[in-house]
Design a protein around this ligand. Structure first.
Ligand SMILES: [Zn+2]
Length: 255
């Protein structure tokens, strides 16, 4: 009996020593490789916020759309997934001697027009170099923000003036406009299955599951090309409660 207890004791102390050794190694490692919670894209960073293990991803792309940032901040506390927040104050991001819209860079054509918008007189070699660089950075960004299998990428946006659901009808395959909803608050999705579930709810919604003749470089077309579920939640700037409600509605209907 005593021998048995002694054996048991020495085994326990061995396990304890082993655990201390492992935690020491882990501590060393964490210091050497701090957990990355930002992601670089061209001249800006994205802050990364993780909650749990859901396959879903969320992104806030336009730095001046503060309501969308607040809505996503709140959402990622209540629902699982990984959220990416651009660290920028304006809609456009600085790039070389000009500025560019980060949501027009997801195709080469879109990036070309984005580069020319604020700086029309590019020399052809430097324009090509810029497009090549953007392409590499874009693919890196897409790899990082891509949802896992069966997951969705949700992006949040706000509008200021004229832009509303009617602006999207020409590029949409299905549209559902609700009488009691403001046309500037709407959902855009790229999966027909998602559309069928969401259109029954109280919110305006469009389905865009066919590529348009002119790909303007929006994130939605890039995800459609990759056959990944994408949802854009668009509301008027300042309508935080509305944006939070739409995000929760999507989460409850689709997950
Ligand atoms: Zn936006």
């Amino acid at each position: 009996m005593i021998i048995f207890r002694l054996k048991k004791f020495s085994l326990l102390s061995k396990i304890l020593k082993y655990l201390i050794f492992i935690s020491f190694l882990l501590a060393l490692d964490i210091e050497k490789y701090p957990i990355k919670n930002t992601l670089s894209f061209l001249n800006v960073e994205f802050k990364i916020v993780k909650n749990g293990t859901s396959p879903n991803r969320y992104i806030w792309l336009h730095g001046d759309e503060k309501t969308a940032e607040m809505a996503l901040n709140n959402h990622i506390k209540n629902y699982q997934g990984i959220a990416f927040f651009i660290q920028n104050e304006e809609r456009e991001i600085p790039y070389k001697s000009t500025i560019i819209d980060p949501n027009r860079l997801f195709s080469r054509d879109g990036a070309y027009h984005a580069l020319k918008k604020f700086k029309p007189n590019w020399e052809s070699k430097s324009l090509k170099d810029a497009l090549d660089e953007i392409e590499i950075e874009r693919e890196n960004l897409l790899r990082s923000i891509m949802p896992l299998k069966n997951g969705i990428l949700v992006s949040v946006h706000n509008n200021f003036r004229g832009y509303n659901i009617k602006s999207e009808i020409k590029n949409s395959q299905k549209v559902s406009i609700k009488d009691n909803q403001n046309p500037r608050d709407f959902i855009l999705c790229t999966s027909e299955d998602d559309y069928i579930k969401l259109e029954k709810g109280p919110y305006n919604i469009v389905l865009q599951n066919k590529l348009p003749d002119e790909d303007d470089g929006s994130l939605s077309w890039a995800l459609l090309k990759k056959n990944v579920r994408y949802i854009n939640v668009e509301t008027r700037l300042g309508y935080l409660t509305q944006q939070k409600k739409i995000l929760s509605f999507i989460e409850k209907e689709l997950n």
